[in-house]
Write a protein that binds this ligand. Structure first.
Ligand code: OGA
Ligand code: MN
Length: 284
């Protein structure tokens, strides 16, 4: 059976209908999904009642996976599955809590950031806990010519510690990175405007979670421009907001979108997700 693609919103996002999530895809289907990913930024596969092994096998067809640098949040026996969860068992959290509750692109703080992530919903509150994606092609395309030219010559600094110093600072469940974790995540520089290797389109590549400034510019110059870019990139018309159902699998492109997990639900209600993370290349 062939696959079909149906757009979910004007900004970005599309549903893939008829993809086999269990048996291997042929090369044409893998290519079709890669293209749709680059074009739509976020792909929804519904009713993905798959096991961790099947989730890993499905994901691997799109490239090698990586294990998260903060080693403690993976599924037992499966370093490829990063657990995003507020569920406690015997007082211990089963995964990364408060993950992604700020705009970010996964692993932008690595010299080779993630190509894309595949997040599978296991448990979800009845209301709340949506995730939003922003289309960073649109963010770039709607800038003025002079701003595009200015940003085109710049690199930005990305630093994982930034999220810990700001968003996680008051949270005892997310203690500061250890010296070993810090040593694995030194600040890195990436072009502010990157070219998507599949679509050839340009996208804005800075995010509030991890981007701290522009290379070679003092804070007082960087800050107002970054603040403008973050405000601009998160305009409502650039956003797809997903209301999760259990067994939804969302595959997003970290090269042309950023995302945000809404913390608007009752934290005593379980929200439990499994993520695989595709390795990526150096942005250009
Ligand atoms: C992630 C993430 C968002 C969410 O897994 O990378 O940011 O809604 N999660 O859980
Ligand atoms: Mn994320």
């Amino acid at each position: 059976m062939g696959m079909s693609i149906r757009r979910l919103a004007a900004a970005c996002g599309a549903e893939v209908i008829g993809a086999d999530l269990v048996r291997p895809l042929d090369a044409a289907a893998v290519q079709q999904i890669h293209r749709a990913l680059g074009e739509h930024g976020v792909l929804l596969f519904r009713d993905a009642g798959i096991t961790p092994e099947q989730h890993i096998a499905f994901s691997r067809q799109f490239g090698p996976l990586e294990a998260h640098v903060v080693g403690e949040f993976h599924l037992a026996g499966h370093p490829e599955v990063f657990v995003v969860s507020n569920v406690r068992e015997e007082g211990r959290l089963k995964g990364a809590v408060y993950a992604g509750q700020y705009w970010h692109s996964d692993l932008s703080y690595m010299s080779k950031p993630s190509l894309g992530s595949l997040l599978l919903c296991r448990e979800m509150p009845e209301v709340g806990g949506d995730t939003m994606w922003a289309n960073m092609y649109l963010a770039y395309e709607t800038l003025s010519g002079p701003m595009k030219r200015f940003l085109g010559g710049l690199k930005a600094v990305h630093d994982y510690s930034h999220a810990y110093d700001t968003y996680f600072a008051a949270l005892k469940e997310r203690p500061p990175l250890t010296p070993e974790q810090k040593a694995k995540t030194p600040p890195v520089e990436h072009p502010v405007i990157r070219t998507h290797p599949v679509t050839g389109k340009k996208a804005l590549y800075v995010n509030p979670g991890f981007t701290t400034g522009f290379a070679g510019m003092p804070e007082e110059e960087s800050r107002p421009i970054l603040d403008f870019l973050f405000r601009h990139a998160t305009r409502p018309e650039f956003i797809y907001r997903h209301k999760w159902s259990v067994d939804d699998l969302l595959f997003w492109d970290n090269r042309c979108t950023m995302h945000y997990a809404l913390a608007d639900y009752d934290f005593t209600v379980r929200r439990h997700m499994h993520r695989t993370t595709l390795a990526g290349d150096e942005p250009f």
